[in-house]
Ligand binder design. Structure first.
Ligand SMILES: NC(=O)C1=CN([C@@H]2O[C@H](COP(=O)(O)OP(=O)(O)OC[C@H]3O[C@@H](n4cnc5c(N)ncnc54)[C@H](OP(=O)(O)O)[C@@H]3O)[C@@H](O)[C@H]2O)C=CC1
Ligand SMILES: Nc1nc(=O)c2c([nH]1)NC[C@@H]1CN(c3ccc(C(=O)N[C@@H](CCC(=O)O)C(=O)O)cc3)C=[N+]21
Length: 294
């Protein structure tokens, strides 16, 4: 059996196209141009690639893009001043502070300072709490992308057994909440879990969000399982640019899974597309417009 490869590039491009159509509509009918501000502290090269692709795609969708690059030694006070300014800027509807922040900054203090209405990462406790309560919220982009990719395979995931490996605030935890909202049966695994292979063997849906290259092996998987690989691991290659690999041993999994996302070209593509969706949604909500049809 060879698994179907879920093409994140195609699905993300289609979603970005729908966002661009809706952006054109709100610009025309409501003179509203959604705007996204991205804050990058320090100059981690991997982060810069991601920030650049967000910038390009935001503009391609007809939205305004604002970039703020701050030195790694910026003070917490200065960063909080910038966030307050973005909170009050009427051109800005989405604020994303790239994580992780340098150790000298207190992440919780920074995230808490973002206006929850502009929190397109869904990390503010207001949004995280709303999601956990099953209420409407801005939800984190990567988990939203994981659900869309899953639904490209299964129209309904009600009653399916899902395992989420990883419990970070950015990925694992909110993904668990979204899966529960879809009526899946969810197992949450993490670094203290015992016998991951046995837990995976039960799962119709496997989500790997760990940050350990190729940790999930092919023989852990149930035959025909749908595998969504969130991991982005950069493996150094002498004399060449680093190779990207996921948290799943892709070649092994191909023989067992029913469908699988590649790295790159899978979840990462959806994260950026969903960021555009969240920015559009935030802009409409802030302006009292009905939720957009994406
Ligand atoms: N494709 C995309 O768009 C995105 C990709 N990523 C990638 O996804 C991966 C995860 O990111 P993120 O959630 O931010 O990472 P974190 O480091 O914040 O969280 C990793 C999670 O994995 C768990 N874990 C660590 N080691 C093991 C192990 N041996 N067995 C089981 N669980 C383990 C940790 O458990 P514990 O809680 O016990 O420490 C933790 O919950 C990374 O590769 C990251 O680059 C991240 C965001 C977006
Ligand atoms: N506040 C915050 N929110 C985030 O959502 C966030 C973050 N901080 N910090 C870093 C992680 C990582 N992340 C990625 C998003 C897209 C790709 C992506 O587009 N990947 C391409 C490849 C890119 C390449 O070639 O380098 C792909 O998988 O096809 C990767 C990684 C978002 N994160």
């Amino acid at each position: 059996m060879t698994a179907r490869i879920i093409d994140g590039k195609v699905i993300a491009a289609e979603l970005r196209g729908r966002v661009a159509d809706e952006v054109a509509r709100v610009r025309r009918d409501h003179q509203l141009t959604p705007g996204l501000a991205v804050v990058l502290v320090g100059n981690d090269p991997a982060s810069e690639v991601y920030v650049r692709s967000k910038h390009t795609q935001t503009q391609a969708a007809g939205m305004a893009s604002f970039e703020h690059k701050l030195p790694a030694d910026v003070s917490e006070g200065d960063l909080l001043v910038l966030i307050a300014r973005l909170n009050h800027d009427p051109r800005v509807h989405g604020i994303l502070v790239q994580l992780p922040l340098p150790k000298t900054l207190h992440t919780e203090t920074i995230i808490n300072a973002i206006d929850p209405a502009k929190d397109v990462d869904g990390l503010h406790p207001n949004n995280a709490g709303r999601l956990a309560g099953g209420f409407a919220a801005l939800s984190p982009c990567t988990p939203l992308g994981c659900i869309i990719l899953t639904k490209s395979v299964h129209a309904s995931i009600e009653g399916m057994n899902a395992i989420v490996i990883g419990r970070s605030n950015l990925v694992g935890r909110p993904l668990v909440q979204l899966l529960l909202n879809e009526n899946a049966t969810v197992t949450i695994a993490h670094s203290r879990s015992r016998d991951l292979a046995k837990l995976c063997a039960q799962a119709d849906l496997v989500y790997a969000a760990v940050g350990r290259p190729e940790m999930v092996r092919g023989d852990w998987l149930k035959l025909g399982a749908t595998v969504i690989d969130v991991g982005i691991n950069r493996i150094p290659v002498p004399g060449a640019k680093p190779k990207l690999v996921g948290d799943v041993a892709f070649q092994e999994a191909l023989d067992v899974a029913g469908a699988i996302t590649p790295v790159p070209g899978g979840v990462g593509q959806m994260t950026v597309a969903c960021l555009l969706v969240n920015t559009l949604r935030a802009a409409c909500a802030i302006h009292g417009l009905p939720a957009p049809a994406v």
